[in-house]
Design a protein around this ligand. Structure first.
Ligand code: UDP
Ligand code: MG
Length: 137
């Protein structure tokens, strides 16, 4: 069993696909173990994406991630990390496989609807960033 963190980003909330995104994960057999809606401050978005602090898109990405509410969740299942990444599709929606969330809903390389942890190490950091042990079921 593995746990991973996923986010419906501000564009996904605006596009009204919160339920659609969660449903796609559930259909893959993933279980929702924690869930909440929140609106990140710029500083909170910067902290979440700290691994990207040297990247040219860091400023724009953290503006985007703090522009409106998001939905964050912990998902659990066998190989949850790679399963969520497959369901999301490639970072650039133009490269995302047909039928993936990003291929279906993303509008830009930045505004790509969904986040998923990319490794066990990042999943551990990201889950802790948003949830205390008492909030995970
Ligand atoms: N991003 C961007 N421009 C890029 C690469 C990434 O705006 O050239 C944004 C995009 O929203 C992406 C996020 O930064 O989802 C984090 O980038 P990462 O490489 O970690 O992609 P992910 O793991 O989300 O597929
Ligand atoms: Mg990433």
């Amino acid at each position: 069993m593995e746990r991973t963190l996923s986010i419906v980003k501000p564009d996904g909330v605006t596009l009204n696909v919160i339920g659609e995104v969660i449903s796609r994960f559930e259909k893959k057999g993933l279980k929702v173990k924690a869930l909440k809606m929140l609106h990140l401050s710029k500083e909170e978005a910067k902290g979440f994406y700290i691994v990207h602090k040297e990247r040219p898109f860091y400023g724009s990405l953290t503006d985007f991630m703090s522009e409106g509410p998001i939905v964050v969740m912990v998902l659990e299942g066998p190989q949850a990390i790679s399963l969520v990444r497959e369901t999301m599709g490639a970072t650039n929606y133009k490269d995302a496989a047909p039928g993936t969330i990003r291929a279906d809903f993303a509008t830009d390389i930045e505004r790509n609807v969904v986040h998923g942890s990319d490794s066990l190490e990042s999943a551990t950091f990201e889950i802790k960033y948003f949830f205390s042990a008492m909030e995970i079921f």
